[in-house]
Design a protein around this ligand. Structure first.
Ligand SMILES: Cc1ncc(COP(=O)(O)O)c(C=O)c1O
Length: 386
């Protein structure tokens, strides 16, 4: 895992409490305001154009993501939408995307393809020759992947995909939400653009939503323009909460990864569990890659299927849990469980869901910072009822 020294904040952090921060008044003389509007000098003229607190979060993220800059949006999906419409698919761009990204990302791409004739194809990102073939079919602007996929926890080889994309004139964009900047910095491995749902690990307290796009200057300029004209910019109060979360990112993620590894090992040996997906287990198909790419940590999420792989067993299991909260989100201080067949993958074609392995008894646990023994005891008690 990444060292704490690289977390970009300190006592001099220029965070302005949001309540004393005006978003309505332009500052400085008319000539100074004119220069700010013209992007000739830094400054703030209106909340949607930028605010000191959101700017502080953006500069911290730009440093964490090793980027020229970052732009923050109201949610992860707002960031992803801004990137696809503003950069990747703008003016006839073509996207080759991971076949199993976060459900709303796939739904967004399918919708853009259906309603706006966007050129999008889906591919298995762990199959290098399939990715190469897809990139070669037609000129492609962006290859889009998640560094750890949701909810199957497949791991993508960022360095290899970056070379593959660049050799064919495409950029690589990585949604690094699950890995967080603590496990990987995709731009240091060759990726061009890094996207986060800040709602998850970066904030980590389950009390604010946000998203970010980080990259080179041209991407940042386009994302800034999208935030201004589409209106999805992250408001200062949320940025303030997310900056608060960022301060403990390293501590939280370290603990969550240790707990997740213990939970994954325990579940893998449990007679009521059919299969476990966790990059830290030697049985995971990309275990060796994950060890190399993530520096010895494997993320805080564990997915597994019940041996009794049915909806009834899953319901009994979910209803019996006391420590693990039923929640659609992940990456928070407390442990959370998601039942994809009921929620995120409810609308997915049944055959496609089965092909991917998201069966009726498939569950996703996001480990919190509780005592790991409490967590394991809670899971064990509920498993007895399946
Ligand atoms: C990998 C990934 N990317 C993006 C998102 C969307 O983020 P948000 O819910 O903040 O819009 C999610 C949400 O779960 C996610 O898991």
């Amino acid at each position: 895992m990444r060292a704490a020294r690289s977390l970009p904040f300190g006592a001099g952090d220029p965070v302005v409490p949001p309540l004393v921060q005006s978003v309505a008044f332009a500052h400085g003389s008319a000539a100074e305001q004119d220069a700010i509007f013209a992007n000739e000098r830094p400054g703030y003229v209106y909340g949607r154009y930028g605010s000191p607190t959101t700017a502080a979060l953006e500069s911290a993220l730009a440093e964490l993501d090793a980027a020229d800059g970052a732009v923050c949006f109201a949610t992860g999906m707002a960031a992803i939408h801004a990137y696809f419409t503003g950069c990747a698919l703008a003016a006839g761009g073509r996207v080759v995307a991971q076949e199993d990204p976060y459900g709303a990302t796939r739904a967004l791409l399918e919708r853009l393809a259906r309603e706006q004739a966007a050129d999008v194809v889906f591919v298995d990102p762990t199959d290098a020759s399939a990715v190469a073939r897809a990139l070669e079919e037609r000129p492609t602007r962006v290859l889009y992947v998640e560094s750890i996929s949701n909810p199957l926890l497949r791991v993508t080889d960022v360095a290899a995909l970056a070379s593959l994309a660049h050799a064919r004139g495409a950029k690589l964009a990585v949604d690094a939400t699950f890995a967080s900047p603590m496990l990987t910095r995709p731009r240091e491995l060759g990726a061009d653009v890094v996207i986060h749902s800040l709602t998850k690990y970066v904030n980590g307290h389950g009390d604010a939503m946000g998203g970010s796009v980080a990259g080179a200057g041209d991407v940042v300029a386009e994302m800034r323009e999208r935030a201004i004209i589409d209106g999805g910019y992250l408001p200062p109060h949320e940025a303030w909460l997310i900056l608060r979360g960022l301060r403990t990112l390293e501590l939280r993620v370290r603990r969550q990864c240790e707990t997740a590894l213990a939970v994954a090992r325990h579940l893998a040996a449990h007679p009521k569990v059919g299969r476990v997906h966790y990059p830290g287990l030697p049985s995971h198909p990309q275990h060796e890659l994950a060890s190399r790419q993530f520096g010895g940590a494997y993320g805080g999420v564990v997915s597994f299927a019940l041996k009794s792989d049915t909806r009834e067993a899953a319901f009994r299991f979910l209803d019996a849990l006391e420590v693990v909260a039923s929640a659609t989100t992940l990456g928070d201080l407390y442990s959370e469980i998601l039942y994809p067949a009921m929620s995120s993958h409810r609308r997915m074609d049944l055959a496609e869901r089965a092909r991917l392995g998201i069966s009726d008894g498939f569950l996703r646990v996001s480990c919190g910072i509780e005592d790991p023994e409490d967590l394991v005891a809670d899971l064990d008690r509920a498993l007895e009822l399946t």
